[in-house]
Design a protein around this ligand. Structure first.
Ligand SMILES: [Zn+2]
Length: 180
């Protein structure tokens, strides 16, 4: 089921640390996944379907390493899902096509909206497909509260898709960008 409002880290218990990596798979995805796994860390990789389709072995490897695959739409449209819906785009197809690559079985698929762009109209459109709604949970957004990690206080940056916004050509052509 897609929530009307995004789910943020604010709903997690204090001290919880969740690691996610968006917008791949790109050239760095598997090395990062291997490293995290070697450190005993499981992450969620929110993948873009049109990249994932070209690299099925990377998805298989990520799963074998114990990581979770999340749905980050098929095209990562720069208008975001609300913009796509406003122009008559098939937002359910964006989610459905990517979900088909994830081989999630009975596990709910974590969903993250590109750029964190989300509204109730998009939630309603996606929930109109019961199978799609049942298969997913989210959207998961980034947290924004100050944090303290290893004794160092700081302000959690809202990473995610902003780098992608400034590097659309690189992202499209190489399937690579400094995502989180
Ligand atoms: Zn993204």
């Amino acid at each position: 089921m897609f929530n009307m409002l995004p789910i943020t880290g604010d709903s997690l218990p204090i001290g919880t640390f969740v690691l996610t990596y968006d917008d791949g798979p790109g050239p760095n995805t598997q090395p990062i996944a291997e490293y995290l796994s070697s450190m005993g860390i499981a992450a969620t990789f929110f993948v873009v379907g049109e990249f994932a389709e070209r690299q099925p072995r990377v998805l298989t490897r990520l799963r074998a390493l114990g990581h979770r695959l999340g749905n980050h739409t098929w095209t990562h449209d720069r208008a975001g899902l609300p913009g796509q819906l406003a122009r008559g785009g098939a937002v359910a197809d964006e989610v459905r096509r990517t979900a088909a690559l994830l081989d999630a079985g009975d596990e709910p698929i974590a969903f993250r909206a590109p750029y964190g762009s989300w509204d109730s109209a998009v939630a309603t459109a996606l929930n109109a497909d019961p199978d799609l709604a049942d298969a997913h949970t989210g959207p998961f957004h980034w947290g924004r509260r100050p944090y303290r990690l290893g004794g160092v206080a700081g302000r959690r940056r809202s990473f995610g898709c902003r780098d992608l916004l400034s590097r659309p050509r690189q992202h499209r052509e190489a399937g690579h960008h400094p995502a989180t």
